[in-house]
Design a protein around this ligand. Structure first.
Ligand code: FEO
Length: 404
């Protein structure tokens, strides 16, 4: 690829990672991803963020197509996680910048991750402005969106927001702008990213959106550090509104049934629960944890209001995939869910009760009693599973009504 012009003298110079499927070793990126870095040419030449270490050559190639890397005066590190800073040591060595700007908590990150002796690091505070010639940059801290060090950079005259991880999506494509890409794939990627990475920080998301409104900031371009760039008024409204909806987490008329099964008994129960949900007019997604990553469950929860967990009992515990799933979900702190649990067992059957306790610990409104069935479900057991689905469906509809 070549650098891509966003506005006069403002360029995308990042790298597209078409092969990335394992995102940060805790989520998945089925559409790949990109590490977006941006270069602004003014009286001072400024590089905003870098890329993952393995993509450094691509970044250097893109920068070099515009300016000699040694001409870069400033580097702005909006956030120090290694997908944006991995190339920093090589870039600092190559460019010898006059200054490297970080947030106050970015100072801690940068010196914690790298050997920074001799680096010209300068801390900028929330609201600080930097003149680079014809342009002024305002730095706004966005702590815990999604690291303590996170900030965004606003190019005032151009109305360009370089938003780092916020508004990002894991998408790998030669297209650079949202208006060039399939809308449903984009929305799926936005939800996947938000629900697996940003979700626990939803209160901060709402605060940041309110702050943008109160400051009267307007945008011609929103340029995140992953995926596609928003540049039309419609797309900018779309991403701001979508983020508000993601953060509000209002329950939606869909249930997720995530399960693991040893000899298909728990799976048969899952299908009966799904039938009960259908009886109530509630669509559902069944996710077998033997064949799916935890992030697929979070992705489905973005369109749901119920989380139902099913597991066989093995050695007095839920199946290990379900234990991992519950840890993944619990850390992401989803809100406003109803739920239930079920599972088959051979001789003890602790899993459904343990999963119900975990759901309660996640502040999920648990419906009914944990349903456990010895060995294989018979007709009466499947009727009970179906009734559980009905009960969850009714509870979900009542919950949704409270949000209207
Ligand atoms: Fe928090 Fe894209 O790194």
């Amino acid at each position: 690829m070549q650098p891509v012009l966003l506005k006069p003298d403002i360029y995308w110079v990042g790298a597209v990672d078409y092969n990335l499927r394992n995102f940060h070793h805790y989520s998945r990126s089925p559409q790949g991803s990109s590490y977006n870095a941006y270069l602004v040419r003014d009286e001072k030449t400024v590089l905003f963020d870098t890329v993952s270490a393995h993509a450094c050559d691509i970044l250097v190639e893109h920068i070099s197509a515009l300016v000699e890397p040694q001409k870069i005066d400033y580097i702005v590190c909006n956030h120090l996680e290694q997908d944006h800073s991995g190339a920093l040591p090589r870039i600092v060595e190559l460019c010898r910048p006059e200054k490297i700007f970080v947030s106050s908590l970015g100072q801690k990150s940068i010196s914690g991750i790298f050997q920074t002796e001799g680096w010209p690091i300068e801390v900028v505070k929330d609201g600080d402005r930097l003149n680079i010639g014809r342009r002024n940059i305002t730095f706004l801290e966005t702590r815990m969106l999604h690291w303590p060090d996170s900030m965004v950079s606003y190019l005032e005259e151009d109305k360009v927001l370089i938003s780092n991880d916020i508004f990002g999506q894991n998408v790998a494509t030669s297209r650079r702008f949202v208006d060039e890409y399939d809308r449903s794939l984009l929305l799926r990627a936005m939800k996947d990213y938000y629900y697996n990475i940003v979700l626990p920080y939803s209160p901060m998301t709402l605060k940041a959106l309110d702050r943008i409104a109160s400051l009267g900031l307007t945008f011609d371009v929103i340029a995140p550090d992953h995926g596609l760039i928003f540049r039309t008024p419609e797309d900018i409204d779309f991403v701001l509104q979508s983020y508000r909806e993601f953060a509000e987490q209002k329950p939606k008329l869909q249930a997720v049934i995530a399960y693991d099964t040893m000899w298909s008994a728990t799976e048969r129960m899952a299908r009966a629960v799904a039938d009960g949900l259908s009886d109530e007019g509630v669509p559902c997604v069944l996710i077998d944890m033997q064949n799916n990553h935890c992030s697929a469950v979070m992705n489905a929860l973005a369109d749901s209001g119920a989380l139902i967990l099913g597991s066989s009992t093995r050695n007095n515990m839920p199946m290990v995939n379900m234990v991992a799933l519950m840890a993944h979900i619990k850390g992401l702190k989803p809100q406003n869910l109803v739920g239930a649990s079920f599972g088959a067992y051979g001789w003890s059957g602790e899993a459904p009760k343990m999963m119900a306790e975990e759901l309660r610990a996640m502040k999920v409104d648990v419906v009914g009693e944990p349903l456990k069935v010895a060995f294989a479900p018979k007709a009466g057991d499947l009727a009970l599973a179906r009734a559980l689905g009905v009960e969850v469906g009714r509870a979900l509809k009542e919950k949704i009504a409270k949000f209207q």
